[in-house]
Design a protein around this ligand. Structure first.
Ligand code: URA
Length: 428
C-alpha cells in the first residue's frame, strides 16, 4: 500500500494492520516517507484515534526503529517508572536509587522539561559535572556497578520517536492518547524492563487536566505494556498543587537529598513509597503494598537509598560536594485573608521557566539557580501579609504579581487526595 493510501485509510477511520503500521514507521525512519506525510498521518490518528491493537503495533514499530538494552539472564529484575510530568515532580531522583537499594536494577531513560513541567535531566545537571548523555555501553556498565542510572534517550533508543515528537509538537498533535502511549512506551520498552509503573498525573499542573483524561491515558499505557509482555501498572496522582515544597532545578536536588535522608515533605515521600511498593508487588518481591512500603521506608531511613544515589552521581561524573547555585530569595505575601482553595500550578511552572529555570526554545541554557518554595498548600488558612511563596530569582518584582495570582483564596477548600486511583490489568 502506498503511504497516501495508508493515510487515507486512517483518515476514513479504518483499522490498520500491524504490517501496514510497521511499514509506515519504517518508511519514515529511513527517510522514504517525508515529514508532511507523517504529519498527515498523525493528524488522522489525532482525529480518529487508534484501537488498542494499532497502538501496540505503533509502539512496536517505534521501538524497532532503534536498539534496545539487553540484559544477562542472571535473575536480577529490571524495573522503571515513568511520570507524565508535573511541577515539583522530583520523584525519580530518590526513587531510582531506592529501587536499586531493594535489589532491582533501574536503567532509567529520562527526559527534559516539557511545557511548564521540569525535566529530571535538567535537575540532575544542576549537580556539578553530572553527565546525562551516556552511551548504551556506559548505561550497561554503570547499571552493573551501581544498580541504577538516569540518562537521556541516546540516539540509538527509539530514534523514530525523537523526530516524530518534534513533528507532533509543531502540528498540534501531541495530545493524542495513542501517540503519547507509543512515544512513552517505545522509549521505556527499549530499556527491556521486567516491570514498569506509570505515574499519570492530573490537575492544574499536569499534561492531563482531568481525572478522566488521565484515566484513559493510564489504561492505554498499562494495556500496551501488558500486551508487550511487560508487567505494567499505573497510579493516577494529583497535580492540582506542586509536589513537595521546592520547584526548580538546584532546589529540587536539595529536596530529593532530604527525602533520601528520611526527611522531606510527606507527599513526596508518600508518592515515592507507593510507586516503589507498586513495583515490589508487581515484580513479586513483596506480597502486598504494605510490605513494600515498609521495606522502602526502611531503605530511605537507614541511608541505603542515599548511598546508592551517591554511587549513581559519582558514576555519572557528578560532584555532590560542590555547592549548587541558588538565586537570592524574596517572598510573595498574601494581600487578603482566606483559605487556599486552588493553586494554578501550571502558572507557577511557567513563572519558573520565565525566570530561566526551563527552556522557551530548544537552544536556551537553563539557569539552575532559580525556583520557588511553596509556603502554603490547598486547605491552609492564610492571613493578609502572610508569605505564600519564596522566589529564588534576581528579578522578584517581575514575578511577584503572577505568583500571587496563582493562589486562590475562598472561605472553604477541599484538599486533594494524592493517589486517586490504581490501574492494573484487572481494572482496565
Ligand atoms: N511525553 C513523551 O515522551 N511523549 C509524548 O508524546 C508526550 C509526553
Amino acid at each position: 500500500m502506498l503511504p497516501v493510501q495508508i493515510i487515507a485509510q486512517k483518515r476514513d477511520g479504518c483499522e490498520l494492520s500491524d504490517d501496514v503500521i510497521a511499514a509506515f514507521v519504517r518508511g519514515y525512519s529511513n527517510g522514504q516517507i517525508p515529514d508532511y506525510q507523517m504529519a498527515a498521518f498523525s493528524m488522522a490518528v489525532f482525529l480518529n484515534g487508534m484501537t488498542s491493537s494499532e497502538t501496540v503495533a505503533l509502539t512496536q514499530a517505534m521501538l524497532a526503529s532503534g536498539e534496545r538494552l539487553f540484559w544477562p539472564d542472571d535473575g536480577i529484575l529490571r524495573v522503571d517508572k515513568h511520570s507524565t510530568g508535573g511541577i515539583g515532580d522530583k520523584v525519580s531522583l530518590p526513587l531510582v536509587p531506592l529501587l536499586a537499594s531493594c535489589g532491582f536494577e533501574v536503567p532509567m531513560v529520562s527526559g527534559r522539561g516539557l511545557g511548564p513541567t521540569g525535566g529530571t535531566l535538567d535537575k540532575l545537571e544542576s549537580i556539578a559535572g553530572f553527565r546525562t548523555n551516556l552511551s548504551l555501553d556506559e548505561i550497561r556498565k554503570i547499571v552493573k556497578q551501581t544498580g541504577c542510572v538516569i540518562t537521556g534517550a541516546s540516539a540509538e533508543l527509539a530514534p523514530a520517536d525523537h523526530r516524530f515528537y518534534a513533528l507532533r509538537d509543531v502540528t498540534a498533535t501531541v495530545p493524542s492518547i495513542p501517540l503519547i502511549t507509543a512515544s512513552i512506551m517505545s522509549k521505556k520498552l527499549a530499556e527491556s524492563p521486567d516491570a514498569l509503573v506509570m505515574d499519570v498525573k492530573f490537575g492544574s499542573g499536569a499534561f492531563m487536566k482531568t481525572r478522566d483524561e488521565a484515566l484513559n491515558l493510564a489504561r492505554s499505557l498499562v494495556q500496551t505494556g501488558q500486551r508487550m509482555n511487560v508487567a505494567t501498572t499505573a497510579l493516577l496522582t494529583d497535580m492540582s498543587q506542586p509536589l513537595g515544597v521546592l520547584c526548580g532545578n538546584s532546589v529540587e536536588v536539595e529536596e530529593s537529598l532530604d527525602v533520601l535522608q528520611g526527611r522531606g515533605p510527606s507527599d513526596v515521600r508518600e508518592l515515592i513509597l507507593e510507586l516503589a511498593a507498586e513495583l515490589l508487588v508487581t515484580a513479586g518481591v513483596c506480597r502486598c503494598n504494605q510490605d513494600g512500603k515498609q521495606l522502602t521506608a526502611q531503605k530511605l531511613d537507614d541511608g541505603s537509598a542515599m548511598e546508592r544515589f551517591e554511587m549513581l552521581v559519582a558514576a555519572q561524573s557528578g560532584d555532590l560536594g560542590t555547592r549548587r547555585p541558588f538565586a537570592p530569595a524574596a517572598e510573595v505575601t498574601s494581600e487578603q485573608s482566606g483559605i487556599v482553595s486552588a493553586i494554578d500550578t501550571q502558572a507557577i511552572g511557567w513563572s519558573i521557566i520565565a525566570m530561566g529555570g526551563g527552556r522557551q526554545k530548544l537552544s536556551d541554557q537553563i539557569d539552575h539557580s532559580v525556583g520557588i518554595e511553596m509556603l502554603v498548600r490547598v486547605g491552609d488558612t492564610v492571613t493578609s501579609g502572610q508569605p505564600l511563596m519564596r522566589m529564588f530569582t534576581r528579578n522578584p518584582d517581575r514575578f511577584r504579581p503572577e505568583l500571587r495570582g496563582s493562589i486562590t483564596l475562598s472561605d472553604h477548600a477541599s484538599p486533594p487526595v494524592l493517589i486517586a486511583d490504581r490501574i492494573a490489568g484487572e481494572s482496565i
